[in-house]
Write a new protein. Structure first.
Length: 253
């Protein structure tokens, strides 16, 4: 039995009103198929859709049949996005490697272009994901009024409201906050790995000057001291009976 979508509320009242701000470089750039005038523009729309869902599409991840249908107008961008979310690539490389909560959060961020309204919305969509699977959740999101009002049928979903008031830097993109693999699987696969290709920063000469207090500065003086010799053949204190030299102390004395 499929559970209905649970009720959830926006985390703040600002989520209910449209953003009023001055345009900047961080404003979202809408990519729409109805504005594509030639094949190059169509390829740009297709690449934007792949980046939105897959972060990066390798050659084996691409579906040439869907791309051809989109260019010929047989399907809309909304149908193309739906097919990518239901593809074997998404199931194998993301759905099977993450929990329902994380998949629900990822789909909301990628398809609705916003962060989830706290744990309440994650739980609500996780219930849909548990009872109806990925297809049921994707259909509900793409058929929702929020998606149609913001993206319609021919616009690729994008990160909305990157610019936040009273901040010098906008929100972090979803592909950074929600990578494809969870921390457990990232550890198994051996990444993230830091690959530094620049020039290593060297300390200035004044930073390598000794200013006193370093134990290494006293090594030449220590080496000049006469060696401590013990009686007998045994050298050092390796043969000393330490327990016999500890004074006896019993309870009550």
């Amino acid at each position: 039995m499929a559970l209905p979508l649970l009720k959830y509320a926006p985390t703040t009242q600002n989520s209910r009103v449209d953003a009023l701000r001055v345009g900047s470089d961080e404003d979202p750039k809408a990519v729409s198929m109805d504005k594509a005038m030639d094949r190059e523009d169509q390829n740009f729309v297709i690449e934007a859709a792949y980046r939105q869902i897959f972060f990066h599409a390798f050659k084996v991840d691409r579906d040439r049949t869907l791309e051809s249908q989109l260019r010929d107008g047989q399907i809309t961008v909304r149908d193309f996005i739906r097919s990518l979310c239901l593809s074997d690539t998404f199931t194998r490389s993301f759905y099977n490697l993450n929990s329902n909560y994380r998949v629900a959060r990822h789909l909301v961020e990628k398809l609705l272009g916003r962060q989830t309204y706290g744990k309440s919305e994650e739980i609500a969509w996780s219930a849909v994901l548990m009872t109806r699977g990925v297809r049921g959740m994707v259909d509900d999101i793409l058929d929702s009024q929020e998606y149609l009002d913001n993206f319609g049928y021919d616009t690729v979903p994008y990160h909305r409201n990157r610019v936040v008031g009273s901040r010098s830097v906008g929100e972090t993109p979803f592909n950074i906050t929600s990578p494809r693999y969870e921390a457990y699987h990232r550890g198994i696969l051996g990444f993230p790995q830091i690959v530094y290709t620049g020039t290593a920063k060297a300390y200035p000469e004044r930073a390598r000057q000794r200013r006193g207090g370093f134990p290494e500065d006293y090594l030449p003086w220590v080496r000049t001291l006469p060696a401590m010799r013990t009686r007998g053949a045994a050298a050092g204190n390796t043969g000393m009976d330490y327990l016999s030299k500890v004074p006896y102390r019993s309870i009550g004395r």
